[in-house]
Design a protein around this ligand. Structure first.
Ligand SMILES: [Zn+2]
Length: 243
């Protein structure tokens, strides 16, 4: 991103003013909530918020929120195979979380990959805040032409087979004609290329040795769900996973 050399960005720690702000703004639509919150957490300078990569917004909020608690998230992993509950574990955010889709300094704005069955070459770019805002502004007529989920899935496609698609409808028809395995591959690669912190912490069970992963419950709904449950005091308490 041109505005932030080497992708470095300053993030302010979440403070009680943010808690107050959350309480006052819980009526906002989820995406509006995230976008307005990030503007309070990061000095954007000359960078319009619309230019931020949307998944970065979620990461920024997560990191800021975690700083409140010395950047530690405590939880007890429960084995999905035998149900064994492990002793409390501390995950450092973001250090202990796997970074997915990391872009190098020479990132040209999109990635290109080839679908295994049809051999089509596809170029996609990460969605920005501006993209998500445009997706949210789609009308019912837009959604009847291309479903909202499909629109979000395919919005970042900048080229197929070396050519720029004329419309989202065209991309939607192209995707619909793909084999199920190509569709699956596309979905997976798209997810992997989107820069984000993987919420999955991998464990191997102390008791039965099964491998399992536990999602860190800090998704975009995290900030809202906690607030709905009660007074602000509980917001701070529930961050570290203890009651
Ligand atoms: Zn187990």
């Amino acid at each position: 991103m041109d505005y932030f050399p080497k992708g470095e960005i300053t993030i302010y720690p979440w403070d009680s003013k943010m808690d107050d702000w959350v309480v006052k703004n819980q009526g906002l639509a989820p995406n509006d909530f995230l976008v307005q919150a990030v503007q309070r957490i990061v000095p954007l300078g000359q960078c319009p918020v619309q230019k931020l990569v949307f998944s970065d917004v979620q990461t920024i909020l997560l990191v800021s929120r975690a700083m409140r608690n010395n950047s530690v998230y405590a939880h007890q992993a429960k084995c999905t195979a035998c149900g064994f509950i492990h002793p409390e574990d501390h995950i450092r955010i973001p250090d202990d979380m796997e970074m997915v889709g990391v872009k190098n300094d020479d990132f040209i704005g999109h990635d290109t990959f080839t679908l295994p069955d049809c051999k089509d070459e596809v170029s996609i770019r990460p969605l920005t805040v501006g993209d998500i805002q445009r997706l949210d502004q789609r009308t019912e007529i837009d959604n009847s032409t291309v479903r909202r989920e499909s629109a979000e899935l395919l919005w970042g496609i900048v080229a197929v087979g070396g050519g720029k698609p004329d419309s989202l409808e065209e991309v939607d028809r192209w995707y619909g004609a793909l084999s199920p395995s190509d569709q699956l591959y596309f979905n997976l690669v798209r997810r992997e290329l989107d820069p984000h912190l993987s919420p999955d912490i991998k464990y191997s069970c102390n008791k039965c040795k099964a491998e399992f992963s536990v999602p860190v419950q800090l998704d975009s709904e995290f900030f809202r769900q906690r607030v709905r449950k009660g007074p602000i005091r509980q917001v701070a308490q529930s961050v570290d996973g203890s009651d």
